[in-house]
Each structure stands twice: as C-alpha cells, then as structure tokens.
Design a protein around this ligand. Sequence first.
Ligand code: F6R
Length: 612
Amino acid sequence: MCGIIGYIGERECSNLILEGLRRLEYRGYDSAGIAVISDGDFDIRRAAGKLDRLATSLAGEPLHGTVGIGHTRWATHGAPTEQNAHPHRAGDIVVVHNGIIENHRELLRELIASGHEFLSETDTEIVAHLVRRERAAGLDLRASVRAALQHVEGAYAIAVMDCQHPDTIVAAKNASPLVVGLGENENFIASDIPAILNHTRNVVFLDEGQMLELTRSGVTFFRIDDGSPFEPEVKHISWTPAMAEKGGYKHFMLKEIHEQPRAVTDTMRERIRLESGQVDLPELTLTAESLSNIHRAVVIACGTSWHAGMVGEYLIEQFARIPVEVELASEFRYRHPVVDEHTLVIAVSQSGETADTIAALKESKSHGAHVLAICNVVGSTITRLADSVVLTHAGPEVSVASTKAFTTQIVALYLLAVRLGQVRGLLDAERSTQLLQDLVEVPIHMEAMLHEGEATYLEMAKRFSHSANMLYLGRGLSFPIALEGALKLKELSYIHAEGYAAGEMKHGPIALIEESVPSVFVCPDGPNFEKTVGNIAEIKARGGPVIAVTCVNGKAALEAEADFVLTVPSSPEHTQVLLTSLPMQLIAYHIADFKGTDVDQPRNLAKSVTVE
Ligand code: F6R
C-alpha cells in the first residue's frame, strides 16, 4: 500500500524514480507523483490514476534534478485525485508518506489554528506542515523531521526534502516498510527492494523508530526518540533484477505461477536429507526438548497466507499430533488470545509487512509464546520481530495475487510438520523419508502440469467469464485449496466466489445452484474422493455446471459427471494440495485475462496491507 522511492546522486533522477515506482506498482495505488529539486526550488508533478498518466506528463515536460522523491498513493484519507496525490508541499518542505497518521484530526486543528493552510484532504500534508513549523523555529532538516515526528501517532514511512538544502533527503520509519540502497556516490530509499534492485544490491532495512539522512556520499542512521546514532547491518540481496521482471510472460502472475517448480525446490533446498529422512531447519531456534514440550500451535495470518496456515493445520496435526488453531490475525489481535510459553505461534506472511499479522505476533510474544515466522521477504518486519524465521525463498512476488508464495508457505509448513513429528517420536526414519520423497517429487509434477492443458482453461474462461457467482468445494486438505481458489477468482476477475467444505453444501449453498452458477470441485484421489463425486452428482442433478480438479486416476469417473475435468498427477494426499493449487490459480488467471481485468493489480487491492 503506497510506494516510496527517493534518490540522491549525480544522475538525472526523474526517470529513475518513475522506473522505481513502476516496480512498486504491485503494492497497489491509485495516483502517483514525483518531486525533484531544481535550481533551489521544487518541481512537482502528480497525476491521478495509473503511472502511465504521470509518465505522459513527464515525457511532455521533463523534470530536471539529481535529487528527488516519488510516491504511489493508495487512497486512505481523501479521494484518489491529483490534489491528494503525494508529494505534499508546505513552503520549502515536501513529504511523501506511506501509512496512516492516526492523530491527524487533532494535529490539523492545531495547525489550522496557528495559521497553516492546507491544499489536500490527506493526513500526509500535516507532516509537511509540522516539519515546516520546526524549520521556522530554526532547526535543521534532520532535527525538524525528528521534532515533527514526536507529535505524530500512527504508521509511517516518510521521506522529506527541503529545497533550500538540496543535498539531503531525510527519511523515517515506524510500522511501514523502508529500505535504504547504498550506491557509489548515490544513495536510495524505497518501500521495497525491487524499486532499487537495478542500481544496488547492498541494502539496510530500517527498524521501527529509526531515521536516516541520505546524502550523495553516505547515509547516517539515528533513532527518532533520542536522536542517537547507530550503525546498521548492511545486507546483500541475492535476487537478480531479472527475477523481478516479467520474463516474457503476459503478466507477472502467469510468470509467478510458472516459477513454482523452482520456488518450491528453493524452499526445500538444503533442508531435506533423503538418505536419513532428516529435515534440517536450523532457523528454528527452539531446542528439540522445547519443541517436544509444545502443547499446541497457533497459526496467525491473513488472506492467502491464512489458507496456507489451514493446510499447515492438517499437516501438523497429522504428522506431529499437535493441536493447531488457525487464526485470522485481524481477529486474534483483539480477542485476548490464549497463548503461553508452551504455544508455538506460527506467523505466515509473504510480505512480512502485514499490519494485522505484525500486531498478532507482538501480542503472542507478550504472552511468552515462541513465534516462528514463515515469510518470503528477507529483512521484513515480521522476520525481525519473530524468534525463529523460516524463509520460503520464493523470490520476489510482484503480482498482487499470491501464487508461488502460497505453495512455498505450504512446503515450509510441511517441513515443519515433519520436523515436529520426528522430534515427538511419531515419524520414524522410513516414514520421514517417504514423506520427504513425496515432497521432492512435487516440482517434477508441477513442471509437467504447467506444460499442458491451456486449451481447456481457455475454453472454460470463455464459458464462465460472464458468471456472476461461483462456488468452490473440497473436503479435507482440499477444503483450504477450495477457499484459496475462490479468493483468487474473486480478487482477479471480480466474480463473486465462495469456498465451502463440500460436506457443508447441503447445509446451505446448494440453494444457489442453477445453470448460471458453476461449481469448482477440488476432488483428488484419497479417502474423500467418492463422497465428493457424490456431491458433484447432486450439483449436476440441479443443473449446475461443474469444473472438477482431480488426479489422473479419477479422470474417467469424473468425465461422466463434470463439464470440465482438469487433472493433476496422482500423488499422496498430503502433497496433492500443492498440485491442486495450480489449477485454482490458472482458472482465476484465465477467466480474469479473458474478461480483461487488471490481472497483476486488481482494483482496490494492495500487495502489502500495511494498515489495519
Ligand atoms: C491474496 C493475497 C492476500 C495476502 C494477504 C496477506 O492473493 O495475496 O490475501 O495473502 O494480504 O499478505 P501477507 O502474506 O503478505 O501477510
């Protein structure tokens, strides 16, 4: 939600900033703007809508300067208009901001009473005025920003420039992501790594309550509360810029779907010892003894990550016999959760920046629970707050709709479940080796699946893209996959879709069935196959079209019933989830693409939900 980039160096920067903003588009936005310092003043350009409108304006009348900041805005306070787009100016100060200033009403009243005039409806403009007030009182830019922030409550990553001091950008972070890129005679700030990856791979992730002063020759770091300096840890990012590009695919989402064989392999890499059936998770800092003393596990997550958590629940309960609850982080944080030092809390998050998951994580830690993060983004807030971190290594996920992050989260949870089962003496070497062998075969099956079947998806997209409603149904491990399929379809295609446990069908949703309401059944081999086939027959008897996702073995039985049958290779129940996830993603992708919706950046959605 909102993207920030800042540059100071020797290059003309407005195009560099624009390119950086393009790499932050995935975060979700509805207006954008850039400010550069030019001859002791600001040149500011803003536009409502997509970045192309800003790009057209810049192409017609370029901005010139070697220091600047840019922003993509996801509207919270005030409509997505040019007037409300960032940067916001107050006198010699401009500000861009990601987050929400919670006490903005009070600050606004105070500033208006002392004569400040406002041009936008945003909470951000207040920060520009607060800094201006401190500058007028004689403080330098860095001290002014620090003093201004003492009045601000809420979440922010901000970048501030003063046109009278063109050699400095000051930035600060509290509960919204901010990364610093270190270059040669040039330095960068950004909301996320892909924005600066073409220029540097040496980065610093800012923590809560930290600030920095960026000049061409270097960066100084200090704390917002007492102004004390500190030396941060510099990290080297191994992602290549190409990993964040489309690589010939029509959309990032399609590329990311096709990357899954590689991504899940990377999640397993160096964590599996097939010879001995061992799982190596040295990142899990609990001793074997503490692990065996865990009484229960609680997964906290949102959206797609919550669905991965549900798969984890089945796997951990099955392999390790530890009771698991899967909680929506947004609910958990407010309901006096029962967790203690014998609870393992597993925070699952692609971005590591989801506000609700961060809050639920902090709540869990305050009760003494050990928090294990399963996360994709190195250095993100969740990885820094957690006690143990298992990285999923999916690589950058740019498309707003999560795909490879989901399957890699499942792989990480699978490895954890096997590890817990071993520590608790429930999985011997032979069983462990078999479970790990099943997992190792997943990327091979995925690879095969991704090379066939496009014609069926296209035909299905043509037939169902005008549907207003769709149902997704599955039993057992296929239930969370059905939920995930429904979420993918609704967010990409704007078709209303509901996921249900197939056994619940007769308790309500069957009333919806008619010719215009297709049902997607996740129906692989296994103990639930026959029952689910029975549900399919009930839908067909009421005239509802059916898309069935099944294993090769089930194809013949289902072809007699379903309108479309999509097959996945036969595999054991506990790894089928990874395979049946792919048709869920592809059904949503092809229907959305056929409809012509914005696949990579669906309306109203943001990649990292950094506010509640
Ligand atoms: C859906 C999707 C979202 C995220 C959710 C949590 O495709 O991507 O539902 O899963 O916003 O985000 P993370 O995993 O970054 O915490």
